[in-house]
Design a protein around this ligand. Structure first.
Ligand code: GLU
Length: 337
């Protein structure tokens, strides 16, 4: 297969130690890339300054331990700020960006006043009532002020290579969303869309928590005159209670597992088993690739695979001989809708 078949990226955020969910997603991305001859970039998403905890070297070290490699030097989003800013300026010239100096509280109150929906996690839909009238606010002049993209109502289709066709209505679900923050950095959505487009990323493989972001990024990319990439969203790894793993959770942390003697072969084997590629067994990187099949992954994900990092799974990682039929029952369990 030719080297120009496509490009993907592994995009960790150095905001804390990686866990089994990251291992699953990055190994899956790597397997898909190697099977299809894609170039693999490594992008450190290090713009969220208050949350960034390290230079990213420990993150890279953990990925190498998993057996992952990539093409070229790692790319840091923090070194691409001028490009992000130029992209916002170009968008502003087309009249779709406006300054939004309101505080979070002001946005919440305005949203409540017009009965805009909000969720318990603090997510608020930016109400159109706060859009400024035509005039000088529709520009990007002060990078110390939040700026938003005008989002019109209407469905945005996202065709996911693993999950099939989906549709979102970003206008109703988010309203005008942030493209630039008063911290002087782009929002995740803007930085991600700009970098994916400019770095030639054709295939984005990542966790399902970002599926809705694919709709926002599609909007941005269209506004920028770019073609959206193909999307491959993977199910999230959950604990025995069905909660997604978080960086603060210790037991499933890759560094903690490694320190306690768990081999990378076992982590790869677990990821392959979650992907439906092999029975539960330790795997070298070569063996993982040998087992990999795109159709196998599609089938598994299409059937609603729900990877679970429960006590039995962790015990197997640590070398216990857990009955694989117990584990198989777990692997087959569907996500609770
Ligand atoms: N850096 C993001 C994260 O760790 C992923 C961004 C992306 O894949 O689009 O959640």
């Amino acid at each position: 297969m030719s080297a120009t078949a496509g490009t993907t990226r592994l995009a960790p955020s150095p905001t804390g130690p990686l866990h089994l969910g990251h291992a699953f997603a990055f190994l899956a991305a790597w397997v898909l890339a190697r099977r299809q001859g894609w170039r693999i970039l490594l992008r450190l998403d290090d713009l969220d300054a208050p949350r960034v905890r390290s230079s990213g070297h420990d993150t890279l070290e953990t990925l190498r331990w998993l057996g992952l490699e990539w093409d070229g030097e790692p790319i840091r989003q923090s070194e691409r700020l001028a490009r992000h800013r130029a992209a916002v300026e170009r968008l502003a010239e087309t009249g779709v960006i406006f300054a939004s100096p309101q505080s979070r509280q002001e946005v919440r109150e305005a949203a409540a006043a017009v009965g805009a929906p909000h969720e318990d996690d603090g997510h608020v839909v930016f109400p159109a009532s706060l859009r400024p009238p035509p005039g000088p606010d529709w520009a990007f002049t002060d990078p110390a002020i939040n700026h938003r993209l005008r989002v019109d109502q209407g469905q945005v289709a996202v065709h996911d290579e693993l999950l099939g066709p989906r549709a979102f209505d970003p206008g109703a679900q988010h309203g005008d969303f942030l493209v630039w923050t008063k911290a002087g950095v782009p929002s995740y959505q803007l930085a991600c869309a700009v970098d994916d487009a400019e770095l030639g990323v054709t295939d984005v493989v990542r966790g399902e928590d970002l599926l809705e972001s694919a709709a926002l990024q599609t909007l941005l990319l269209r506004r920028m005159g770019r073609t959206p990439p193909r999307w491959w969203h993977l199910p999230l790894v959950r604990d025995a209670q069905g909660r997604r793993l978080a960086k603060r959770d210790g037991a499933e942390g890759l560094d903690a597992l490694r320190r306690s003697g768990v081999s990378a072969d076992r982590v790869r084997g677990l990821a392959a088993w979650w992907l439906g590629l092999s029975p539960l067994e330790p795997l070298s990187t070569e063996a993982l690739l040998a087992h990999a099949s795109i159709e196998g992954i599609r089938d598994r994900i299409g059937q609603g695979a729900s990877p679970q990092a429960d006590a039995e799974t962790l015990a197997w990682l640590h070398g216990s001989g857990v009955a694989t039929d117990t584990l198989a029952a777990h692997a087959g369990r569907r996500a609770v809708e």
